[in-house]
Design a protein around this ligand. Structure first.
Ligand SMILES: Nc1ncnc2c1ncn2[C@@H]1O[C@H](COP(=O)(O)OP(=O)(O)O)[C@@H](O)[C@H]1O
Ligand SMILES: [Mg+2]
Length: 510
């Protein structure tokens, strides 16, 4: 686009120059006689004032005229035509050149550096039907403002009859002299055209660049605006999790795909929420329904054991019934707790807890269990105050220590440490048990997931302990994870935010 505009512009400017040159040419040939041109060869001294008159009349042009006297166009065509041998043609050209050199007047530039046509140009001029060719030449304009630097000129060369006046002193002046044949050169500087084209080029380049930048910025802004509702929907969708299924993404009123997408997302969330809710209610209802009969079974079995005289065989069966119903009661309690945490109602009773004290208390509570299987259970670490529900957290740590004991560890160490520049507290339960193969680590927090079914079931775990631990830690805004190496032991970490505990001075600590 820009390039074609530039070319068009250049062509029209050149056209203007050409027509101006043609005008000058016409005027000049019409004026030659009135200017009182000498037959140029006569004496150049006398023609000097005439030259300056012509220069005054054509200030913008450079002019050169070469009088061919009576050798007209037909003669020239004949002399350079195909009828001649190349040798003859060369000779004729040399002759014409001598003629041109001897009868030349130069106006507007250095006479010592006249315009000279090449052989080819001369032939072209002679053979051109209009007797006219246009050339582009570098000419050093001695009279111009930039006298030293050559300027590009467009030069129109015309071959035709000219009424050359004879000298007024010539007696023959009384008679109308016959027209003379001459080559006229009229040239005009292209500096203006070049300047204009260059300026236009810069302007166009600038416009193009500006347009490009504006288009880029515009596209960026538009794309950003078009994508904003999508971004909002995405951010809202990312916030929604299992605990926050009641939330919905905002539906932007854009009447396009984004609005439809947000609508579909919300419809999907509706379905997810109702199926989650159905599952949760089933677990919760089933647990409730099971609680009463299990209590009844265990109560009646205990009654029989206490109040009757069962035989040895019967006593053993009754003992099994009591033990298994206890397990069932625990399982039902766990299921109920999970169902409650699924519906997002884990009610924490937050209060300040001292990590060291807390762990020693758990150690004291579990000491009988640990010593029962010859395991050393210790609690170490600084007393870091933090905010939490001590009963629920005790449940977590008891489960972790219980897992270590069930795994058959010889030493179990509980410790606490400050993390994240004191903003979080970490409770760790480390054991030297058999460890957990890496492929199980990620799935241990799934419900009912156990590494080795038969052994775990024997030892009474249903595989819900870590799920419950995680729901409690989540409710505290913390994280729980396991690190384990087969053959060396396992470390379970619980990391919690310290929360809003009053900062104690050293003297306040007992
Ligand atoms: N410290 C540990 N060492 C070895 N295995 C472990 C340890 N902690 C947990 N596990 C494995 O993870 C399983 C899941 O633990 P958990 O969710 O507490 O269920 P449960 O204790 O009822 O079996 C356990 O059955 C056990 O196989
Ligand atoms: Mg457990």
């Amino acid at each position: 686009m820009a390039v074609s505009a530039l070319l068009l512009m250049q062509r029209s400017l050149l056209g203007n120059v050409d027509s101006a040159i043609s005008d000058s040419q016409r005027q000049f040939t019409g004026l030659v006689s009135q200017l009182g041109f000498d037959s140029p060869a006569e004496t150049s001294a006398r023609s000097i004032p005439l030259v300056s008159r012509a220069r005054g009349l054509f200030p913008n042009d450079i002019i050169q005229i070469e009088d061919l006297v009576f050798y007209d166009r037909d003669w020239l065509i004949e002399a350079l035509g195909p009828g001649r041998t190349p040798e003859q043609r060369r000779e004729n050209i040399a002759y014409i050149r001598r003629l041109m050199d001897s009868r030349r007047v130069v106006i507007g530039f250095l006479a010592s550096q006249p315009l000279r046509l090449s052989d080819a140009e001369l032939t072209q001029l002679v053979e051109s039907p209009a007797g006219r060719i246009t050339l582009t030449r570098e000419i050093q304009n001695a009279f111009g403002s930039q006298a030293d630097t050559p300027t590009t000129y467009r030069v129109q060369v015309t071959l035709g009859p000219v009424q050359l006046d004879l000298s007024p002193t010539d007696p023959l002046a009384l008679n109308a002299p016959p027209p003379s044949f001459a080559i006229t050169y009229v040239g005009r500087s292209l500096a203006g055209v070049h300047d204009t084209v260059n300026t236009l080029q810069s302007v166009l380049a600038l416009l193009f660049l500006t347009g490009l930048i504006m288009a880029g910025v515009g596209a960026y802004v538009l794309a950003g605006q078009a994508l904003r509702p999508l971004r909002q929907v995405r951010q809202a969708a990312e916030r929604i999790g299992g605990q926050t299924l009641t939330e919905r993404v905002p539906v932007p009123q854009t009447h396009d795909e984004v609005e439809a997408l947000a609508g579909s997302l919300n419809a999907m969330l509706d379905r997810l929420e109702s199926s989650f809710e159905a599952q949760r209610r089933f677990t919760s209802d089933a647990s409730h329904e099971l609680r009463t009969p299990v209590t009844a079974i265990s109560g009646h079995a205990s009654y029989l054991l206490r109040r009757t005289e069962p035989s040895g065989q019967q006593r053993e069966s009754l003992n099994i019934i009591v033990r298994e119903s206890e397990r069932l009661t625990n399982l039902i309690a766990s299921l109920l707790q999970l169902a409650r945490s699924d519906s997002g109602v884990v009610n924490l009773t937050r209060q300040p807890v001292f990590s060291g004290l807390f762990l020693s208390e758990v150690a004291r509570e579990l000491a009988p269990l640990a010593s029962g299987q010859q395991t050393a259970l210790t609690a170490t670490g600084p007393d870091i105050p933090f905010e939490g529900d001590p009963d629920r957290l005790k449940q977590v740590i008891i489960n972790l220590v219980g897992n270590a004991l069930k795994a058959g560890a010889q030493h179990v160490t509980m410790s606490s440490s400050a993390e994240e520049d004191g903003r979080e507290v970490r409770l760790t339960v480390r054991d030297d048990g058999p460890g957990i193969p890496a492929e199980h680590l990620a799935r241990l927090f799934d419900r009912f997931y156990r590494v080795e079914d038969s052994r775990s079931r024997d030892q009474g775990g249903a595989g819900l302990g870590l799920s419950i631990a995680r729901s409690i830690v989540d409710a505290h805004g913390g994280r729980i994870w396991l690190e384990s190496e087969v053959g060396r032991g396992t470390a379970a970490h619980v990391q919690l935010p310290v929360g809003n505990v009053p900062v104690l001075d050293d003297d306040d600590v007992p």
